[in-house]
Write a protein that binds this ligand. Structure first.
Ligand code: CNA
Length: 243
């Protein structure tokens, strides 16, 4: 019943925007951060995901991330990624604002993706400024080396704790201000400033739908909430919307 109402809101919208988090990719085999099996179960985010932790011990950083990043290459889009790509191809999704760094929205076919926490597919050398892609991780022993100057001072173009968000976040705010529907999927809405896009949508009089397995901190702000696995929810929405 609620999914029918979700489909109706999508069909009635003129400017729909999605906000996604790690939960859209767990069914692609990529763990999220805060679930029981999430990445923060055994390590401190401040050690392996903050700019201070990276500067202090880049080897620890790459030891943690390199195997996870290499496995990203084989990951395939989930029903959630496919739903959003299908909506865009029908002219029903103006932008996907994502906190994810895995590139799966693009792999599914979404073209208007705003990566507000950056990307782990690209790296920049802190010694010479050369930009390079994830291939540098393949031959990496302990630390990946710059293909241009050889320095082992490559950092991913991802936003680490303690850093500013990229320009994509300003574009995301513009999209949300223009939206009449915000569909929030697979995020605990605990990380700011991104979670602030939900109250921003409300202030702009957009409808808000939250599709997430667990309750989120901002469920009270939503017009509709569906607490279920996204594979089931999005599979049914794909059918209901004829995508
Ligand atoms: P989070 O705080 O770990 O929350 C994920 C949410 O997704 C939870 O509330 C879960 O209930 C929900 N969820 C998980 N699996 C499913 C599922 N199959 N169906 C429905 N709901 C599900 O992650 P957030 O995205 O909210 O936190 C923001 C961080 C996580 C960003 O900085 C990301 O960069 C970061 N992250 C990204 C990835 C990725 O790129 N795939 C993976 C892990 C973490």
């Amino acid at each position: 019943m609620t999914l029918r109402a979700v489909a109706e809101l999508i069909e009635a919208s003129r400017h729909a925007v999605a906000l996604t988090g790690a939960g859209v990719s767990t069914e692609s085999g990529i763990p999220d951060f805060r679930s029981d099996s999430g990445l923060w179960r055994d390590v401190s985010p401040m050690d392996v995901a903050s700019i201070d932790g990276f500067r202090e011990d880049p080897e620890r950083f790459y030891r943690f991330w390199a195997p996870k990043l290499l496995s990203l290459k084989d990951a395939e889009p989930s029903a959630a990624h496919r739903l959003l790509a299908g909506l865009e191809s029908r002219g029903r999704m103006q932008a996907v604002v994502t906190q994810n760094i895995d590139g799966l929205h693009q792999k599914a076919g979404s073209t208007r993706v705003l990566e507000v926490h950056g990307t782990f597919r690209e790296f920049r050398c802190l010694a010479c400024g050369t930009e390079t892609t994830m291939e540098v991780l393949e031959p990496c022993a302990a630390l990946p080396a710059c293909t241009s100057c050889g320095a082992t001072r490559l950092r991913p173009k991802v936003v680490l704790f303690g850093e500013m968000l990229p320009a994509a976040f300003g574009l995301a705010e513009m999209e949300v201000r223009a939206a009449d529907l915000l569909i929030v999927m697979g995020t605990s809405l605990e990380v700011y400033p991104v979670a602030g896009l939900v109250p921003l949508a409300r202030r702009s009089r957009a409808k808000v739908i939250i599709l997430n397995r667990d309750e989120t901190a901002l469920d009270d702000e939503a017009d509709l909430v569906v607490n279920d696995e996204l594979g089931a929810t999005c599979g049914q929405l794909i059918t209901l919307l004829g995508l």
